[in-house]
Design a protein around this ligand. Structure first.
Ligand code: 2BA
Length: 109
């Protein structure tokens, strides 16, 4: 058995969960926050058979979309905010950041 942990954008979460549920994958949705943007995102935990991982990854890939976003970095800690001119940077957001972990035991009491 494997545990897939997928960090995705909130806006992609419903259609991804629906697509996974249609194929009988079980999911747990966590409300999380990205460490860089400090914005809300969604983390899904999906426990599944090892031979179903590739299919699940394909669904995740198909239901999430990458796009570019300009962000203005926050002012540096301890610096003089008056002289700080934030230069927006272009970053890629969306898509999915995925971890696949082995599961030693799966128990339900
Ligand atoms: P955030 O940490 O809010 O990062 C959002 C996006 O900002 C990242 O997208 C990346 O494009 C950019 N970014 C992150 N750190 C950066 C930096 N130091 N300099 C410039 N740009 C930076 P993704 O890489 O697709 O990550 C999306 C979200 O997935 C992340 O949100 C974080 O919540 C999670 N994540 C990504 N890599 C992770 C990892 N190795 N461990 C745990 N969570 C991770």
């Amino acid at each position: 058995m494997k545990l897939i942990i997928a960090v995705i954008e909130d806006k992609d979460s419903h259609r991804l969960i629906d697509a996974l549920s249609e194929k009988e994958y079980k999911t747990t949705k966590l409300s999380t926050t990205g460490g860089f943007l400090k914005e809300g995102n969604t983390t899904l935990m999906i426990g599944c058979n090892s031979d179903a991982v590739d299919d699940a990854l394909e669904i995740i890939k198909n239901k999430t979309s990458k796009r570019e976003q300009m962000v203005a970095p926050i002012s540096p800690m301890g610096g003089n905010a008056d002289s700080y001119i934030p230069r927006p940077i272009n970053i890629e957001v969306g898509g999915a950041t995925v971890f696949v972990l082995p599961v030693d035991q799966f128990l339900q009491f």
